[in-house]
Design a protein around this ligand. Structure first.
Ligand SMILES: Nc1nc2c(ncn2[C@@H]2O[C@H](COP(=O)(O)OP(=O)(O)OP(=O)(O)O)[C@@H](O)[C@H]2O)c(=O)[nH]1
Ligand SMILES: [Mg+2]
Length: 228
């Protein structure tokens, strides 16, 4: 609904560049040796616990219960992989949940580190943050980690249905400034209303196209090298 009203010349087109038909669960990984090596471009979804990662994935999939959501923070302790047809989504364990043991936290950090270490496998990262609040210290640390490791990412602001249109704009601007990012690097969304979904799908489409183009170029180069 929102996208219809929002449409102006030069803005995001009404029809998303990508249509998700049938998203399915692939598998869960509790540790690095269970990570999968997909041939399709893979997009990782990360963010603090309870920020709305699983809900975001369900919104994209048009399914209510593809990824398990919970009002109890810190539920997703595994890397959950989903096949979205043209790409793979990886739902990562949430960070920054205070009420878990130190050992558990260290285990999460280890899993996340191992996951992001396989850089070549990651086409893009959606780093989720709450649209209502300032980024947490953990959010800032996550962004620093992504920057340091040169991982391409977009900040997805969640739960935008809790804010007025005006506040969404204001908060997006403030959070962008806080994180030293351009506003184009942030997309406000709502899993409740589907706000921002078209923009996300368009982003995914461009990520897929770029990844496949880079792969083709690489393959061609390899071929020429073997011929020589
Ligand atoms: N109003 C509103 N609530 C949301 C939205 N997205 C998620 N929630 C709620 O926020 C809570 C957490 O959502 P999840 O999707 O389970 O969050 P998560 O990041 O996957 O949480 P963990 O897996 O525990 O780290 C649930 O109660 C959701 O219903 C949204 O866009 N709007
Ligand atoms: Mg979750």
């Amino acid at each position: 609904m929102y996208e219809m009203k929002q449409k102006k010349a030069g803005e995001t087109p009404l029809q998303p560049a990508l249509v998700i038909k049938n998203a399915t669960f692939i598998t869960s990984a509790a540790k690095a040796d269970q990570f999968i090596t997909p041939t399709k471009p893979m997009i990782a979804v990360c963010g603090k616990s309870n920020v709305g990662k699983s809900s975001f994935i369900n919104m994209l999939a048009n399914r209510k219960k593809l990824a398990k959501t919970s009002s109890e923070p810190g539920r997703t302790r595994l890397v959950n992989y989903f096949d979205f047809g043209e790409f793979i989504l990886a739902d990562l364990p949430g960070y920054g949940f205070a009420r878990v043991s130190k050992t558990e936290k260290e285990k999460w950090a280890k899993t996340l580190n191992a996951f992001f270490a396989k850089k070549d496998q990651i086409a893009h990262v959606f780093m989720l943050a709450d649209s209502r609040h300032d980024p947490t210290a953990d959010d800032v640390q996550m962004i620093e980690f992504l920057n340091y490791n040169i991982l391409p990412f977009t900040v997805v602001l969640t739960k935008a249905d809790k804010l007025s249109r005006m506040k969404i704009k204001e908060h997006t601007r403030a959070i962008a400034a806080d994180l030293y990012l351009g506003e184009k690097n942030l997309i406000a969304t709502s899993a409740e209303t589907g706000f921002g979904k078209t923009e996300i799908l368009n982003k995914i489409k461009s990520v897929i196209d770029l990844t496949l183009a880079a792969k083709n170029e690489n393959d061609e180069q390899l071929e020429t090298e073997t011929e020589e």
